[in-house]
Write a protein that binds this ligand. Structure first.
Ligand SMILES: CC(C)(COP(=O)(O)OP(=O)(O)OC[C@H]1O[C@@H](n2cnc3c(N)ncnc32)[C@H](O)[C@@H]1OP(=O)(O)O)[C@@H](O)C(=O)NCCC(=O)NCCS
Length: 185
């Protein structure tokens, strides 16, 4: 892969910085749609046809809140959208539909930041498991997902078209914070 440049900053707590001059992970608004479309077009993501029924991830509303609705979140840095994450919730689980980073800023930790913030957000929302599918030739994405804790849980033969390819299934069980059991008195 391309040589690494400086990674995104982390604060002393180890959590990714979200200060005004650092990267921000936030829900996309309507003014972000042109940048999102451009990033998704450049990334040429593969969506399985079953997922496109009803609502195309690219065209879906960023404010969709209903179960199964697509959420668009972005990474913003210095006022510029550097990456996009799309997912949907299915009861207590979430499915990542796609992640893409602008080609000129890849290899700088943007996707790691996005995925880490996403996992934190899902934990805060009480989501217990995240799953996703990825082309088995997409070694960069597979390495990214494994880096943030996903494990390979299965394979779907001939899942994608154009070109035909199998999918690897990956999942991440989210450890919810330990809660003190209520005492019997
Ligand atoms: C996959 C993608 C999102 C990674 O974004 P990124 O910001 O460059 O990723 P990061 O810099 O955070 O790298 C995180 C890890 O991913 C892996 N990785 C990313 N790009 C890689 C590449 N080209 N080759 C090998 N590993 C790679 C590495 O393990 C890296 O960790 P490291 O820095 O400790 O080695 C980006 O390449 C992209 O947008 N690709 C096109 C769209 C796509 O394929 N999306 C995934 C399927 S939905």
């Amino acid at each position: 892969m391309a040589s690494k440049q400086s990674k995104l900053e982390h604060d002393d707590s180890g959590r990714n910085s979200a200060s005004s001059d650092g990267p921000r992970f936030r829900e996309a608004g309507s003014s972000d749609q042109p940048a999102i479309r451009e990033i998704l077009r450049e990334a040429n993501l593969s969506y399985h046809s079953a997922k496109e029924s009803g609502q195309s991830p690219e065209n879906s509303s960023s404010s969709a809140r209903t179960a199964g609705g697509t959420h668009n979140y972005v990474c913003e840095r210095d006022g510029k959208i550097t990456g996009v994450l799309q997912w949907r919730n299915i009861r207590e689980e979430s499915e990542v539909l796609g992640i893409a980073v602008r080609p000129e800023v890849r290899g700088r930790g943007n996707a790691t930041f996005i995925m880490s913030e996403f996992v934190n957000l899902m934990r805060e929302q009480g989501i217990q498991q995240i799953f996703l599918e990825v082309r088995e030739s997409n070694l960069g994405a597979i390495a990214l997902y494994r880096k943030v804790g996903f494990a390979i849980s299965g394979r779907r033969a001939n899942y994608y078209q154009n070109p035909d390819e199998s999918a690897l299934l990956l999942s991440l069980k989210i450890q919810q914070q330990y809660q003190i059991p209520s005492l019997p008195y």
